[in-house]
Design a protein around this ligand. Structure first.
Ligand code: FAD
Length: 611
């Protein structure tokens, strides 16, 4: 660290949003960015780079090992390993543009089985995050599940990146088809790490914000204080200065940094001897984790020979309530929603949006088919139960208290008072599974439903209760809403009451995105960079709407014929790779097409030799 340098931006956290934000901002060589990341550099760790090993970093040094508080709304009060009004100014257009700008899409090769037919207009081709549809041998999904869904009367839409997301099908994954490794902010960083204006410090855990001015009015930050956790400097406190402070430390990191800096609810800060500088009780609120059935409700007799390297998942079925509840359940739930104006712990603005989603047939339930471990896991997309994340110690290194408050919202359905999220998940799962279990051709391979879909609704709900918990898709904690509606940041990500402290990570989502949050987090980072560039005037012109490509100029993924490091048998267990032969052929040279040059660089520098 250059102790005298004042950076343009100091970013706390080099995760999904923070690192991509830094990369986009430093495209301008006159902008200097420092990123402080508490963890170490994991870019050569196969548990991170190999898509099939997803999940294997749990309980390693890359896992914060945070647990929620004991949850009365979950079976046996268990705690969960959670690792860690109106929207103001951001809308579908801005975000769908940002999605495309973050993406470098590779259409699947024509011979890829089970591949959807992507609409080129819905994808981006020059972003930092590669995406493609999986190479797949999944005739289960295309030959059995899709026809069964069609027979049951469900829609199976085309490319859902255009905005019509309801229905079943494969979604693109953040995978670089060049050598089939994970594409993420870390791999994007590898391609640009020689930039002289991008300074990434690992093992640098931010404790709090240092202030240049705390006098009346909006307070002004000077920089970030942090601790070197590598042992190199005996944990002494260090600091860095910048014009703008960006918190990208995630749902469990950013709210605590604000609280330790004196921004939050005085009732929480004062007992910890922290002087409140901005009274902002929305800090740490609006945290939620969609409830997920952590079990395999459908079991089937279907053997498949994995030939090696397949990434057999992400067949996602997104359903509105109308499609997955019986008419009587849907009417009873609608009656409750109609008669309820407000829910404790949920801002009215958020509830209004939920009702809008409910009545306009937006997806509220997902069935995630993950074939490599033969799972089909239902979960709620937009839970009504919300909780908090706060500090409860003056020790800056102490873990925060994370309380997603599962199943805390109760509803009156008919004459019964029920935990809303559990009731909805249970009824929807049972209905959906019943439909599939009785629809050919899937019914031909189905061996068991567990819990049995013929149970009484009450017994089925109890079974779901015993088997449900975190989906690992936590968002919120610093909602982007108007201050009056319970927000912590405005549409320019600025923390209320401050002049130059912003938040760019999943904690600012005011509503749970009705899908997996990672893609939206990348899009948010790209859009945030655009806002910051406009504020600073560092980019004179910015193309708001990038030219949409037509099919003739799109890149095509050409999966290399390489033996993957890890393969799986049909039960999802890893098997030696020696005999693996991929079913996909092609050469990486096809990607060296003019406008995808950046992608070529990413591929060349990011993953050579890592498999
Ligand atoms: C096990 C698991 C599986 C998931 N699977 C999926 C999936 O399949 N699809 C999907 O869409 N989403 C998935 N998610 C969710 C997705 O990963 C997150 O929504 C997303 O990464 C959040 O991005 P972020 O930038 O907000 O935070 P993060 O990516 O968590 O980044 C925060 C960064 O800040 C660092 N940090 C924290 N505190 C400090 C501090 N004090 N000082 C310095 N640095 C700090 C952290 O180490 C981290 O690097 C999964 C999450 C988990 C945990």
């Amino acid at each position: 660290q250059n102790t005298t340098q004042v950076y343009d931006y100091a970013i706390a956290g080099a995760g999904t949003a923070g690192l991509l934000l830094a990369i986009v901002l430093t495209e301008n060589p006159s902008i200097n960015v420092a990123v402080l990341e508490a963890g170490s550099d994991g870019r050569t760790n196969p548990n991170i780079t190999i898509p099939e090993l997803r999940g294997d970093i749990i309980d390693t040094e890359y896992d914060w090992d945070y647990y929620s508080t004991v949850q009365p709304g979950l079976y046996r009060n268990r705690s969960q390993a959670v690792n860690r009004g109106k929207t103001i100014g951001w809308n579908w257009e801005t975000l769908s543009t940002a999605f495309r700008e973050s993406e470098m899409f590779f259409a699947p090769p024509a011979n890829a089985s089970s591949a959807e037919d992507p609409d080129p207009a819905n994808h981006g081709y020059s972003g930092y995050i590669c995406s493609t549809l999986q190479r797949s041998v999944l005739s289960l999904l295309s030959d059995y599940v899709t026809p069964a869904l069609l027979n049951a009367g469900y829609a199976v839409p085309g490319d859902r990146n255009g905005g019509n997301v309801t229905g079943a099908g494969f979604l693109p994954l953040a995978i670089c088809p060049g050598n089939y490794t994970r594409s993420y902010a870390g791999s994007a960083y590898t391609a640009v790490q020689d930039r002289k204006n991008l300074h990434l410090y690992t093992n640098a855990q931010v404790t709090n914000i240092s202030w240049a001015s705390t006098s009346s009015g909006n307070i002004t930050a000077r920089g970030l204080n942090y601790v070197d956790t590598s042992g190199r400097t005996s944990n002494i406190s260090l600091s860095i200065q910048a014009d703008e402070i960006i918190l990208s430390a995630g749902i469990a990191g950013s709210p605590p940094i604000l609280e330790r800096s004196g921004i939050g609810n005085p009732d929480i800060l004062m007992p910890l001897n922290i002087t409140p500088l901005v009274n902002l009780s929305s800090v740490g609120t609006g945290l939620r984790d969609p409830l997920m059935m952590q079990y395999q409700p459908l079991q089937y007799n279907f053997s498949v020979e994995f030939t090696g390297g397949e990434y057999a998942q992400n067949y996602i079925d997104l359903r509105p309530a109308q499609d997955v509840l019986s008419p009587s359940d849907y009417n009873a739930a609608s009656t409750w929603l109609n008669s309820t104006a407000s829910i404790p712990g949920l801002e009215d603005a958020q509830f209004t949006v939920f009702k809008h989603l409910w009545y306009t047939r937006q997806p509220l339930i997902e069935m995630a088919w993950q074939y490599s471990s033969t799972q089909s896991m239902p979960y709620t997309l937009v839970p009504l139960s919300q909780g908090t994340v706060h500090i409860n110690s003056s020790d800056p290194m102490a873990a925060p208290v994370i309380n997603p408050n599962y199943n805390s919202v109760t509803a009156i359905i008919g004459n019964e008072t029920v935990p809303w999220d559990l009731w909805f998940l249970s009824r929807a799962s049972q209905f959906y599974i019943n439909e599939l279990a009785s629809s050919a051709p899937f019914s031909d391979v189905l061996t068991k439903t567990d819990p049995d879909h013929n149970l009484s609704p009450a017994d089925y709900q109890q079974a779901v209760f015993e088997r449900s918990g975190t989906s690992q898709h936590l968002t919120g904690g610093l909602p982007m809403l108007s201050r009056a509606a319970g927000g912590a940041v405005d549409a320019k990500m600025l923390v209320y009451g401050t002049r130059n402290v912003r938040v760019v990570d999943g904690s600012i989502f005011p509503y749970q995105p009705s899908a997996h949050p990672m893609g939206l987090t990348y899009a948010m980072a790209v859009h945030a960079a655009k806002i910051l560039q406009q504020i600073k005037g560092s980019k004179v012109t910015y193309t708001e709407e990038p030219a949409r490509s037509n099919s003739s100029s799109n890149a095509t993924a050409s999966f290399p014929n390489v033996a993957p490091t890890v393969t799986y048998n049909a039960k999802g267990s890893a098997v030696p790779a020696s005999s693996s032969v991929t079913t996909f052929t092609g050469g990486a040279e096809k990607m060296e097409v003019g406008r995808w040059m950046v992608g070529g660089i990413v591929i060349a520098l990011g993953w050579s030799g890592s498999m």
